[in-house]
Design a protein around this ligand. Sequence first.
Ligand code: F6R
Length: 243
Amino acid sequence: MDNADKVSEWAAKYVAMRIKHFNPGPDRYFVLGLPTGGTPLGMYEYLIQYYKAGDISFKYVKTFNMDEYVGLPRDHVESYHYYMMTNFFTHVDIDPNNAHILDGNAVDLQAECMNYERLIEEAGGVHLFIGGIGPDGHIAFNEPGSSLASKTRVKTLARETLEANARFFDNDIEKVPKRALTVGVGTVMSAETVMILITGSHKAFALHKAIEEGVNHMWTVSAFQQHPKTIILCDEDATLELK
Ligand code: F6R
């Protein structure tokens, strides 16, 4: 795609098309996996537009977000709960009970992660998992070195991620939560279709590692080379390091 806006538009159109073709209803929910971060913001804006124009409904859609920080209050502006509510859920007709986000304040974090996997299974699995990646190739909070078979779990964040996220916490790395709950690479791999959005020259090396070198747990996004249906959606800037 020419630029990040085109990536957002294509992604939103693809989501809308998949939901419509599935023809969801009370006994048949479409199941979406969703990311946060800067990259998907444009896609959410387009989806809200399509909803307002009456082109699409989320009434029979269930969502599962990729990750959440540990220990941040739900209403903290940097929590992924807050992000999803303000940027998407409150603008469309999804039933809040069907919009799942890991609870980073659960008393038993491990039980929370196991329960999340169970909920995904009970929903019949994810039809379309949308993801973003970091410059180090992480997908969700599956940092370099994560098992490619991993499921939802508690993760300690890599120094690079803390540094990258410090801009959201007054540029103070000490304020960035050190742990997160995240779906595993294996969780995303189990989805029927995976769509990964990659924009910007700072992600160019990660895109090269993702698709032009071997599958490697130090670049967790490379696992999707072995997924039967992965769409990598990128802008021109992200392609700068491709051979
Ligand atoms: C989002 C997520 C991460 C981000 C990645 C890129 O839920 O888990 O993988 O997609 O860190 O973030 P942005 O889009 O802000 O560059």
